[in-house]
Design a protein around this ligand. Sequence first.
Ligand SMILES: [Zn+2]
Length: 334
Amino acid sequence: MSVSALNLVLQICVAAIFCCEVIMSNPPASTSCFIKARNHLVENYSEETEGSWKGSYAFVFAADPQPGLINQVEQEGNGSNWDREIELMNEAVNAINELDPLPKFVFLGGDILNAFPGQQYRDEQYASVQASFSRTNKNIPIFVASGNHDVGNVPTNETRDIYNQEFGDEYYTFWVGGVFYIVIDSQYLFDDSLTPERSAAQETWFTSVLQKAKNSSCKHVVLFMHIPLFLDNVDEEDNYFSIKKADRVLLLNKFADAGIKTVFHGHYHRQAGGEWSRTNEDGTEHTIQVVVSSAIGCQLGNQQSGINIVKVTENNISHTYYPMSEIPQTISFD
Ligand SMILES: [Zn+2]
């Protein structure tokens, strides 16, 4: 073998080793800045690691970034442009990163995307949302709930599989600082006609989780679901934006039995919600706050795009919705 041929072989070997090293030292990067629940749980946010109360804290609840909807609603477009939503998501992230103290987590209450699973622009919108939210301080985990746009208005096994691939499990629990958080997929409650088995699985799981909450010594139990239990009052007629009238009181009683006092929703793109109360058998009152938050993205009412700062204290959970330009820097627990 000539010297030049030997050199060539050596170069090929070195290149091959280098390539192997590059591949082996760079496992595929996580493609999501959102926490993906697996087996309906979240690693590092279990009762074992986060089950004990360590003092007051804040988290951020926001809903419906839904890139493309402003183009459809305000510009009569086909949802192919979402520059405005990118600005709004970045504004929200900038404000979240400035909060003092930092929130323990951010929760996005569904309709993270506008294009339905498998539709045009879905992947591009997913990339935009990831690009914006990946700028969030790395100490702040971001949890998500599925909205109708994320799983489909009438979800199928295929659309649900796409969601699971992109965002992880659609129903799960997690713990932060002694508080038990439950996330359910409200589309199963709204239309499960094409996914009855999966819907039954969520229901079975949910029943056991509510029982666990009831027997738990946690400070609070909080529920997140995209579609509101009601917009204004529990007796309002059936409509596109809230859970069917026939199901509401049944669900609220189940939630009350488990000790849930606060439920966070999106979907309406307006500020709404209210309280529901019942008298327990022992004569005490149980009140559930139904929080319906307006959107990070497109507004369908008179509010401005914004986020909620939620304060969790030993005895209370309070929330305030702030338009982007009015988000305070300091969170006070006095
Ligand atoms: Zn929605």
